[in-house]
Design a protein around this ligand. Sequence first.
Ligand code: LER
Ligand code: MN
Length: 272
Amino acid sequence: MKSAVTVSLVPEARGGPFVFWDDLAAACRTAKALGFDAIELFPPGPDAVDPRDLRELLDDNGLSLAAVGTGAGWVKHKLSLTAADGATRDKALDFVKKVIEFAGPFGAPVIIGSMQGRADDAVPKPVALRYLGNALFKLDEHAGDYDTRVLYEPLNRYETNLVNTQSDGAAFLAGLGVQRVALLCDLYHMNIEEVNLADALRAAGKYVGHVHFADSNRRAAGMGHTDFTPVVKALREIGYAGYLSAEVLPLPDPEAAARQTIEAFKEAMARG
Ligand code: LER
Ligand code: MN
């Protein structure tokens, strides 16, 4: 398994669970100095970062791009793949497609988290799930064209009412028959929704495509009460070789959260 740390370039997401903020070059330098394998990027949109600049920063620091988030589509533009209005859904799909085009050449998958939206009176749950399924089906094909993958993230009940657990997520993807969409298992959301983290990961099995490495309170691993040893054991059991990516609050400050994360990552790898 490999380590990654999040970098947000989205001012509207301030206060959110990202370690580094605003300065991509500085984030890459610190990530390298601390020994991370990769960064995970949350850009304001598909055109916000020049791919040549990003390539140079990654190469100069020996880093990979673990994944690219699309949450700015929601926090900045109020787009959602399950919006009541068809034109808004189309714009949301187009936004994610463009992020796929940006991320593909870096071999990075694209995250669908808050862009999944939620059901409400105007869009009852079965309709929202149909909209979301249709979108994931189209994004699966687009990801194929750009030789990358899509990561669908079940969120806790306070952020969506569509899919909250990994087993519901795996069943949802299985029903769609998609080839390039996997689950993003965020240990913070899982701490709220799952009976047992390790069992949930084992049950999700081959659908596990990415992991957000966060403690119970969404602080860096080791700053809450999650036991990461059984989590890593379960991931090994299912043959997971992807990233443990720190999507955590930058507390007490970004560098300390990053340093705590890499130490916890090494310890979990040694024990799990
Ligand atoms: C995104 O990765 C996530 O975990 C969500 O909680 C963001 O709203
Ligand atoms: Mn997450």
